[in-house]
Design a protein around this ligand. Structure first.
Ligand code: KG4
Ligand code: ZN
Length: 321
């Protein structure tokens, strides 16, 4: 069964076809307009999705070598509502015209199940660290559709912390990739940024953000590369500390990384050093893409699910509801 997946919840217009043999096509158009504004402007994102969606979907179908998939899945939330509506409406229109099942997918479930597209893929149950621009959560995934939140951020998301740090240092947007690149040349021990206390499962990045702000305002501040390396080390310590705690509490030894921040080199390197079976998707499957939505849709379709055409967009949809 070939499933067309459409993603438009933030600033990527993406479409992909996933079939029995894996990913048949994966087309992502990243909107560049937001860089001028230092963050995603929702109204501009929606308009750009409308402009690009047709081309992106057509390219995904032609790269996959198919004219009509067996089902169409689209992100129904969480995300920027106007942006979500573009992909969701487009998907419903296609499903209606082709008379195939339609599936509305939770974007976070898409991220969480991304590792299933890889070979080897984790077997259930596994722990999922989903770290993106809007979310930082450790899940226990017992099966498709059976997820428990073990810990989540109480303030900023990990990606937001990267983006805000980059903004404070005037490094541009999105901040994650720039900080990652600069950090590679810096000393992670140059600045002693705070670490969260151990034994907890929730994340907090506001203390770290304040510490970075205070530091970069000092006259004798460290160089950009050293601040980036030290900040990044603190984020990774926080994320992996929570993962270790989750593994101890649940006894689950498999871990999948997902979300844009899982593209971070230091997080990937240090996660692979953990005494766990770690599954790290390639970087282009960590940041937003259509394959993760097609995959989640396909997993649900295989289990006999399909959704009604009156399914609405849900901007704050939690994956454990
Ligand atoms: O999953 P994603 O593409 O979109 C959301 O669903 O939010 O994640 C985007 C976030 C941004 O905050 C971006 O700065 C961060 O992922 N990011 C990174 C890296 N690449 C993207 N953060 C750290 N290191 C990276 N290499
Ligand atoms: Zn995402």
């Amino acid at each position: 069964m070939n499933v067309l997946g459409i993603e438009s919840s933030c600033d990527e217009t993406a479409a992909s076809v996933v079939g029995a043999t894996g990913v048949l096509s994966d087309v992502v158009h990243s909107q560049v307009i937001h860089a001028e504004y230092g963050g995603v402007v929702p109204e501009l994102a929606s308009r750009a999705h409308v402009e690009k969606m047709g081309t992106v979907v057509r390219a995904a179908l032609s790269e996959a070598g198919i004219e009509r998939p067996d089902a169409v899945a689209a992100t129904a939330g969480p995300g920027l509502i106007g942006a979500v509506l573009v992909g969701l409406s487009f998907a419903k229109g296609l499903a209606a015209a082709w008379d195939v099942p339609f599936l509305g997918i939770n974007h976070l479930e898409g991220h969480l199940l991304s590792a299933l597209l890889e070979d080897p893929a984790p077997a259930f149950p596994f722990l999922g660290l989903v770290v993106s621009g809007g979310h930082s959560t450790v899940y226990l995934a017992r099966d498709v559709g059976n997820y428990t939140v073990l810990g989540e951020t109480i303030d900023d998301a990990a990606g937001e912390a990267f983006d805000k740090t980059a903004r404070m240092m005037r490094l541009g947007y999105p901040g994650g990739p720039v900080v990652d690149r600069l950090a590679a040349e810096g000393n992670p021990k140059a600045v002693k940024f705070p670490r969260p206390r151990p034994g907890d499962l929730d994340f907090s990045f506001s203390g770290l953000k304040t510490a970075v702000r205070t530091h970069v305002q000092k006259k004798d501040r460290a160089s950009d590369v050293d601040v980036c390396a030290s900040f990044q080390a603190a984020v990774v310590d926080c994320l992996l500390g929570r993962v270790k705690e989750a593994a101890e509490r649940t006894g689950v030894r498999r871990l999948a990384l997902a979300g844009g921040v899982a593209a971070n080199s230091e997080l990937r390197r240090r996660a692979l050093e953990l005494d766990l079976d770690v599954f790290v998707p390639p970087k282009n499957r960590c940041t937003d893409n259509g394959a993760m939505i097609a995959n989640a849709g396909r997993q649900r379709l295989i289990r006999g699910e399909r959704h009604a055409m009156d399914l609405g967009a849900r901007p704050g949809w939690r994956v454990d509801e």
